[in-house]
Ligand binder design. Structure first.
Ligand SMILES: [Zn+2]
Length: 99
């Protein structure tokens, strides 16, 4: 018997949380579409076009070789909306939202 070392790569969200690096890992469907998910690769750490398509289908944001998980995408959308229309805090008397 002999052994061969194998390097594995995981695609992880590039977002930052109050506790440091986001730990969300990209899990993408296999090529056969059987519904099985993989979260690590043994080939190169570059993101293939197929993986990018799967990531976007799963709600991840892909820009270059960087990834943001769906939670970070939702947070960015919320911040963008708040920047445009103000924070949607309900009025403390009527409960109505501004804008
Ligand atoms: Zn994230």
């Amino acid at each position: 018997m002999s052994f061969e070392p194998v390097t594995m790569y995981k695609y992880r969200c590039d977002g930052i949380t109050t506790r440091g690096q986001c730990t969300e890992v990209l899990r993408y469907p296999d090529e056969d579409g059987e519904g099985e998910f993989y979260d690590a690769l043994t080939s190169t750490p570059e993101i293939s076009e197929g993986t990018k398509g799967s990531a976007e289908w799963l709600g991840w944001l892909v820009f270059g070789e960087r990834l943001l998980c769906p939670k970070h995408v939702a947070g960015a959308e919320y911040l963008a909306e708040a920047g445009l229309v103000g924070l949607p805090f309900p009025d403390f008397q009527t409960g109505a939202h501004d804008g």
